[in-house]
Design a protein around this ligand. Structure first.
Ligand code: ATP
Length: 513
C-alpha cells in the first residue's frame, strides 16, 4: 500500500465496509471522535478484552477484577488531581481557526524527523545489501545522528517547559521550529492555553439541589476508592492487583485519528499494590510482562518500542509507554506508570478514611505504592486491525485484500460454504454450522461462486473456510482453507472442531507469553 495516509484511509473505509466501526449517529452527519462498533467490531473488541482479562485476572491468582460505576463522587476528581491538573496545552491557528494540542504539533514534528531516519536506513540498506549493519549505521551516520539529537533536544525542552507550566516557551518552540498549521500551513498562532478535558454533568432533578459530576476520565480511580473493600473482602495480600475494563470520557482537543483518539473510549487498567520501596522492580516487571502480552499476538516485534517519559505526571516516579507502529507512525498504545502512593494518600486526605494495609511479613502498616498498566481497548483494536489489513499480490497477477487478524481475536472463526446450492450440500453445511456454533462463532455463506466467498471471508478476517462438496456426500470429509496461506486441506467433518480449536484457543496464544 502506497503511503501512510493511503493506508490509513483504507483502514477506515475497510472498517466501515466490513461492519467493524461506524461513525456515531452517522445519519445526523456523525458526532466527532465518537464511534460505534458494528457486528464484527463488537466481536473483535470483545475478544481483545477477553484476551486481556484472561491474561490479567484468570492467569494471576493475585489479581482480581472490578466493575466500578462511571459516576463517582465529585471529590474523587479533586483528590486525583483531575480538577486542577487534567489539562492539555491547546493552541489555535488565527487564520485557519483550527485548534491543536501544542504538544502534539511538536511531537508530530519530531515524528517527521523519525521518518527521515527510517528513509535513510532504507536507502542505506538498499545500497549496502547484505553487508548492511543497521545498529552501526544508526550510531555513526552523521545525518541520522543529527536528526536523532535534534528530536531528543526538542522533546526534552518541551517536557521541561510543560512541567514548569512555561506555556510561553512551548509557543516559542513552535515558532522556532516554524511549525505551520497542518491544514493551511499558516504560522499565525495564538498563545498556548490550558484546557480541562473532563466532561461535566449533573445529578439530581432540581437546579438548586443538583450535584455537579464528571464522567470519569480514567477507570483507575474506581479501583483506588475500592482498594480497601477489595483487599478486605478478598483477603488479598500485598503484592496484589485489581483489574478493570470500562468506558472513560475525555473532551479531547485533537480528535482526527479515527478510534486512536476518541471522546468516549474504553480502558483496560490494572493497579498493582506493592510494598513501598519495591515499586521499581514491579514497574520493570510489568513493563516486560505487558510487552510479552503484545508479542504473543504475533504482530511483529519491530512494531513495538518503549518510550520512557521525561515529563512525569504529578503522581508518577517512573512512566513508560509501549508504542506501536500505527499507519501514521509510532504512537502510544499502553502506559505503564509507577504511581507511588499519591492516589491512595490523596483519597485518605479528602475522605478522612484510612486506606492502609497491615503487612504481616514486616509487621508494619503502610499506604501501598501502585504500579499501573493502562491500555486503551479501542487503540488496541486499531493496532490489531490496521496491522492485519494487507493487500497481497498473488501469483496469478491479481491482488487480494486480507485481514490477517490473529485467529484468537477474529470475530468469526470459520465460514461454512456449500459448493453449490443443491444436491443436499447446503443441508450438510448447515448441520456443520449447528455443531460448531456451540464452540465458535461460525458463519454460513452460500451466495456467489466459492472463490468470491473465499475473498469475502479473507477481507472479513475469518481464519478458516470449510467447503462442502459432492465428495462430502460419500467420504464425510470437507476442504478446509487457511486464510493466511490459502492452503487447502481435506479433513473429516468429525476432526473440524479440534483443528479449529488448536488455532483459536486462548491458551495456545497466551502460552507464547
Ligand atoms: P495520549 O498522550 O495519547 O493522550 P494519555 O497519555 O493521556 O494518552 P493515559 O491517560 O495514560 O493516556 O491513558 C492510558 C491509555 O488509554 C492510553 O495508552 C491509550 O491507549 C488510551 N487512551 C487515552 N486517551 C484515549 C482516547 N482519547 N481515545 C482512545 N484511547 C485513549
Amino acid at each position: 500500500m502506497a503511503n501512510q495516509e493511503d493506508k490509513f484511509k483504507k483502514v477506515v473505509s475497510h472498517a466501515k465496509e466490513y461492519g467493524y466501526v461506524f461513525q456515531s449517529s452517522e445519519i445526523y452527519d456523525g458526532l466527532s471522535a465518537v464511534y460505534d462498533y458494528a457486528q464484527n467490531g463488537v466481536e473483535l473488541k470483545k475478544n481483545i478484552r477477553e484476551y486481556w482479562w484472561k491474561a490479567m485476572v484468570q492467569m494471576n491468582d493475585n489479581i482480581v477484577g472490578l466493575d466500578a460505576a462511571i459516576f463517582m463522587h465529585p471529590t474523587t476528581w479533586k483528590a486525583s488531581g483531575h480538577v486542577d491538573a487534567f489539562n492539555d496545552p491547546l493552541i489555535d491557528n488565527k487564520d485557519s481557526k483550527k485548534r491543536y494540542r501544542a504538544d502534539v504539533l511538536i511531537e508530530d514534528y519530531v515524528g517527521k524527523l523519525d521518518a527521515k531516519i527510517e528513509k535513510e536506513v532504507a536507502k542505506a540498506a538498499k545500497r549496502f545489501g547484505e553487508s548492511f549493519d543497521k545498529t552501526e549505521f544508526l550510531a555513526t551516520n552523521t545525518r541520522v545522528v543529527g536528526y536523532k539529537a535534534k528530536g531528543e533536544a526538542i522533546l526534552q525542552r518541551m517536557g521541561k517547559s510543560l512541567e514548569k507550566e512555561d506555556l510561553a516557551d512551548v509557543k516559542l518552540l513552535i515558532e522556532e521550529l516554524e511549525i505551520g498549521c497542518p491544514l493551511s500551513g499558516s504560522k499565525n498562532w495564538t498563545d498556548v492555553k490550558q484546557f480541562n478535558l473532563m466532561f461535566g454533568t449533573k445529578l439530581g432533578a432540581s437546579a438548586d439541589t443538583a450535584m455537579d459530576l464528571y464522567l470519569r476520565p480514567e477507570t483507575a480511580q474506581g479501583i483506588f476508592v475500592n482498594f480497601l473493600n477489595v483487599q478486605k473482602t478478598g483477603r488479598m495480600k500485598i503484592p496484589f492487583g485489581i483489574a478493570q475494563t470500562g468506558k472513560a470520557f475525555r473532551n479531547e482537543i485533537v480528535a482526527r485519528q479515527f478510534i486512536f483518539r476518541m471522546r468516549e473510549f474504553e480502558q483496560m487498567e490494572m493497579q498493582f499494590f506493592v510494598r513501598p520501596g519495591t515499586q521499581k522492580e514491579w514497574y520493570e516487571q510489568w513493563k516486560e510482562n505487558r510487552l510479552k502480552w503484545h508479542l504473543s499476538l504475533g504482530m511483529g516485534e519491530d512494531n513495538y518500542r518503549f518510550h520512557d517519559h521525561d515529563k512525569l505526571a504529578h503522581y508518577a516516579d517512573a512512566a513508560a509507554d509501549i508504542e506501536f507502529r500505527f499507519p501514521f507512525g509510532f504512537k502510544e498504545l499502553e502506559g505503564i506508570h509507577s504511581r507511588t502512593d499519591f492516589d491512595l494518600k490523596a483519597h485518605e486526605e479528602h475522605s478522612g478514611k484510612k486506606l492502609q494495609y497491615f503487612d504481616p511479613e514486616i509487621n508494619e502498616r503502610y499506604v501501598p505504592y501502585v504500579v499501573e498498566t493502562s491500555i486503551g481497548l479501542d487503540r488496541m483494536f486499531l493496532a490489531v486491525f490496521s496491522n492485519s489489513l494487507q493487500e497481497e499480490a498473488l501469483e496469478n497477477g491479481t491482488t487480494r485484500t486480507v485481514l490477517k487478524l490473529p485467529a484468537v481475536l477474529a470475530p468469526t472463526k470459520a465460514a461454512v460454504l456449500p459448493l453449490v446450492k443443491k444436491d443436499g450440500l447446503p443441508e450438510i453445511a448447515k448441520k456443520i454450522v449447528e455443531d460448531l456454533k456451540w464452540d465458535f462463532n461460525v458463519a454460513y455463506d452460500e451466495k456467489d461462486a466459492v472463490g468470491r466467498r473465499y475473498r469475502r471471508q479473507d477481507a472479513n478476517g475469518t481464519p478458516f473456510c470449510i467447503t462442502v462438496d459432492h465428495d462430502t456426500l460419500t467420504d464425510d470429509s470437507v476442504t478446509i482453507r487457511h486464510r493466511d496461506t490459502m492452503e487447502q486441506q481435506r479433513v473429516k467433518i468429525s476432526e473440524l472442531k479440534a483443528l479449529i480449536k488448536e488455532e483459536v484457543d486462548v491458551k495456545n496464544w497466551l502460552m507464547k507469553m
